[in-house]
Design a protein around this ligand. Structure first.
Ligand code: ADP
Length: 244
């Protein structure tokens, strides 16, 4: 856009499961350089929204990034377009080393010839991602031996080597220790300057500590949006969380 900022734009997004609208006309503009959090009670539609934007379920309406119409693209093309996601349960190759996991993830941008050449050495961007996620000392360990939190960081590293400019993270700190949560928040801040990061989150302490913008979903719609203080003061939000 004219400001030179990247953003993910969602307009009138609707996901219909056999007549049940899990997402019902959602508008969201997610700007680069802010940490966005998506909160809301179970069943609000948070995961379905991320699924629709990443091509796992079919949505109608519009979701676009850099003028690319994500809703008409298959999952693998969405990844190449720079939009990546993580899952609540980390999806790493347990038998492969941390480094191999990153190298394979980076392979989406390489030709087969490039992949062959890469065998001779680790590409610089893989080394860089390894350092960014703080796992350099575990580079040759099988990913299966990593602690839960470290696997989440590895998944984020896999998005870094895929050059994901938009990262959609599904409850990345669930099951983490307080220290790991802090480290994760700091990691997201570091990498978030030049990316659009959207985090589905239930842990309100984590949201309070790291959110720039919070979107509250309820019943497949956006109930409220703003900074943490605004959201917390909103009576509609209080009712959804406390009123039943
Ligand atoms: P959240 O992530 O906010 O907990 P979800 O996106 O998982 O919410 O679910 C939103 C609603 O859509 C829920 O009522 C859920 O039961 C329903 N839902 C999710 N996936 C499907 C599906 N594949 N088929 C039918 N209903 C679904």
């Amino acid at each position: 856009d004219e400001l030179g900022h990247d953003y993910l734009e969602i307009r009138g997004l609707t996901v219909d499961f056999d007549g049940f609208k899990a997402i019902d006309g959602v508008d969201l503009t997610l700007l680069q350089g802010r940490l966005h959090f998506l909160i809301g009670p179970n069943g609000a539609g948070k995961t379905t929204l991320v699924d629709a934007v990443t091509g796992l379920v079919q949505g109608t309406g519009r979701a676009s990034y850099r003028n690319q119409d994500l809703l008409s693209m298959k999952s693998h093309r969405i990844v190449r377009a720079g939009v990546g996601r993580t899952f609540q349960t980390a999806t790493v190759f347990e038998e492969l080393s941390v480094l191999q996991n990153l190298d394979i993830a980076g392979g989406i941008h390489r030709s087969p010839w490039g992949m062959l050449r890469a065998r001779r050495g680790v590409p610089a961007y893989v080394e860089e991602a390894l350092a960014t996620i703080g796992l350099s000392h575990l580079r040759d360990r099988p990913a299966g031996v990593l602690a839960h939190g470290q696997k989440q960081w590895l998944e984020i590293g896999m998005l870094l080597v895929q050059d994901a400019k938009v990262m959609l993270l599904d409850e990345p700190v669930a099951g983490m220790s307080a220290e790991e949560r802090e480290q994760t928040g700091e990691l997201l801040r570091r990498i978030g300057h030049e990316r659009t990061i959207v985090v589905i989150e239930h842990d309100m302490d984590f949201v309070r500590s790291f959110a720039d913008v919070v979107t509250v979903m309820h019943g497949g719609t956006v109930l409220a949006e703003g900074d943490v203080a605004t959201i917390q003061a909103d009576p509609r939000v209080q009712e959804v969380y406390l009123g039943h």
